[in-house]
Design a protein around this ligand. Sequence first.
Ligand SMILES: Nc1nc2c(c(=O)[nH]1)N[C@H]1C(S)=C(S)[C@@H](COP(=O)(O)OP(=O)(O)OC[C@H]3O[C@@H](n4cnc5c(=O)[nH]c(N)nc54)[C@H](O)[C@@H]3O)O[C@H]1N2
Ligand SMILES: Nc1nc2c(c(=O)[nH]1)N[C@H]1C(S)=C(S)[C@@H](COP(=O)(O)OP(=O)(O)OC[C@H]3O[C@@H](n4cnc5c(=O)[nH]c(N)nc54)[C@H](O)[C@@H]3O)O[C@H]1N2
Ligand code: SF4
Ligand SMILES: [Mo]
Length: 693
Amino acid sequence: MRTPDSATATHCPYCALQCGMNLRPLPGGAGVVVEERADFPVNRGALCGKGRTAPAVLSSRVRLTGPLVRTHATGRLEPATWEEALDAVAEGLARTGRTHGPDAVGVFGGGGLTNEKAYALGKFARVALRTSQIDYNGRFCMSSAAAAHQRAFGLDRGLPFPLEDVPRTGCVILVGSNPAETMPPALRYFTELQANGGTLIVVDPRRTRTADQADLHLAPRPGTDLALALGLLHLVVAEGRTDEEFIAGRTTGWPQARAAAMAHWPELVERITGVPVPKLREAVALFCDPASAMVLTARGPEQQSKGTDTVGAWINLCLATGRAGRPLSGYGCLTGQGNGQGGREHGQKADQLPGYRKLTDPAARAHVAEVWGVDPESLPGPGRSAYELLDALGTEVKALLLMGSNPVVSAPRAAHVEERIRSLDFLAVADVVLSETAALADVVLPVTQWAEETGTTTSLEGRVLLRRRALTPPPGVRTDLDVLHDLATRLGTGKGFPTDPEEVFEELRRASAGGPADYSGISYARIEAENGVFWPCPDEDHAGTPRLFLDRFATEDGRARFAPVTHREAGEVPDAEYPLLLTTGRVVAQYQSGAQTRRVDELNAAAPGPFVELHPRLATRIGAVEGAPLAVVSRRGRAVAPARITDTIRADTVFMPFHWPGEGRANTLTNPALDPVSRMPEFKVCAVRVEPA
Ligand SMILES: Nc1nc2c(c(=O)[nH]1)N[C@H]1C(S)=C(S)[C@@H](COP(=O)(O)OP(=O)(O)OC[C@H]3O[C@@H](n4cnc5c(=O)[nH]c(N)nc54)[C@H](O)[C@@H]3O)O[C@H]1N2
Ligand SMILES: Nc1nc2c(c(=O)[nH]1)N[C@H]1C(S)=C(S)[C@@H](COP(=O)(O)OP(=O)(O)OC[C@H]3O[C@@H](n4cnc5c(=O)[nH]c(N)nc54)[C@H](O)[C@@H]3O)O[C@H]1N2
Ligand code: SF4
Ligand SMILES: [Mo]
């Protein structure tokens, strides 16, 4: 949409809040500046520093401006033409497929890719490469919440209601979510909730800026949220606060879930979590007294080897108290990446086809194969999950095409993953910058960025949005859609890979029609006219669905399913050798692996490097000094970063942000223990020892 004065209305390239912004071109083709876009209701013009400074990454000073190919002569990445680079990628992938079979070729995508790219990438893997080996970084992000959503409600949309409902409910429990750092413009929804007389409970082992604002802060030991949720449910039952009518009318599985909760009495839960019983009782009262309430989770409880069961336990709490499938009540997950929601719906996940269809469902295969003009039999089955795929590199998967992720920094047990990546026969990376992973590639393909291309994203609310191209890309770069088209052409299947995003979206609409995430009624024109459209939207006369489950859940019988979950320990627990817990997360000024934000001066000034947060008591015990280098050692490796001493963290836990490579890389330490259902790695808890370096 062109605004009257020639700025372009679009959305931020980073997180799932997808804040609206206007981009105004500077005179003489000198780039764009970000301006306030007040008409987009979710952020009403507010932006965090990352969004405000996003145009800095468009500068040729920091981005890739032409393809690079590793030469035999020097062993280094050297500038090449697009023809040379694309020929090399097509040949590298095809050669591996010919020699070792199609499943020796892997594809790794990202939740930052637009819907059109995610869709084209999944199709490229299955149709052009015929490989089952595709997965993406969203596996590291919201897969546990997605699995729990599916299990309980029969459908996974992160938030089943728009954010505008938050200020009008009675109480929100925010579990392992730190929007003050991770989605600053969304903080206003919680502030307004409190101004309206509602209460905010924050569950986080650290007293974050978000927790500071809460009416009640529960600080459990990392990895014990499952016990905490069960303990709260125990109290709900013991205090007679269940909603029997709702349980009888709209759920199944309560007797088993109830029995499991009754085994988690408050004193036991206090012992497991470290949260005192009176605080548990206070939380139950705040949650149950008002007429409506919500539970929102983010990566804290989800990035655990029991993340799916943990989210299930929080959903149980909502179901038992009738706080789901009703106005202003429910469970939601705050999805993370720019297209974290849409990226999980259109087929870059190992077990999935577009429209959130299952790759194992014969009817889904037939429908999508017809849209793609291929034989359903030719579609491969489900492949490995993200960590399992990375772990198989160099052995069973010998060539990889990577688009939109930087696993050398962001994958668990990163030194091992880096070593696996180095052992590949062939690696091609499409990126906007020379990330730590791209630097290891045989071929690097430089692609356009958000402001230079058009495409849709689906925000954490399930609202499908349009980003409009606002400026002409530099001559040396191409779009991801161009790359997939050009590669498919070389592999002999160019026809099904259009380069016009709207044409891809029109095909995506047809592929998603009748599926759980049905986009068939959504068009670019509607998105612009309506400031986004909530899926499912099955036809053009359908208004979209801001609120799900009000009449029935998406299960076969329309009832929500309780999960019969009991507490279990994390993959690693402290012992004499590794007596402390490490947890990891984010700071406001850096984004993810830092590939983009570490290239922005203003953000680097605000968050220049890694650190280890620890409690003063622990610091005294081990002789740590503020600002002095501290070594954190786990069974996977050793990382060193300056100490940051603060009483806002539990004394048995240390925290590191994961945005940096090198010596201070938090993921050198993390444990790739996987959740059995979602295959989510345990980023949020492992056992470590800490000593001055
Ligand atoms: N600035 C910034 N913003 C971002 C991103 C970014 O990289 N930088 N990334 C985006 C993406 S992809 C995502 S997924 C979101 C993530 O958004 P959040 O989930 O809010 O971010 P995290 O910092 O990973 O984790 C949130 C909190 O979980 C707490 N925590 C750690 N262990 C546990 C535990 O065992 N239980 C509980 N209850 N809490 C625990 C941490 O102390 C932390 O404060 O942010 C998005 N926004
Ligand atoms: N220890 C620890 N590790 C974590 C987490 C944690 O909490 N703790 N969180 C996990 C989570 S939730 C996530 S989401 C992951 C994220 O980790 P990554 O997957 O590494 O995410 P990004 O750093 O955003 O990497 C995206 C890459 O793609 C590039 N890129 C951006 N846009 C495009 C595009 O349109 N096309 C192409 N081709 N490239 C593009 C960027 O420049 C960047 O290099 O990290 C996970 N790792
Ligand atoms: S909160 Fe997220 S979407 Fe909004 S400006 Fe910041 S990074 Fe961008
Ligand atoms: Mo994420």
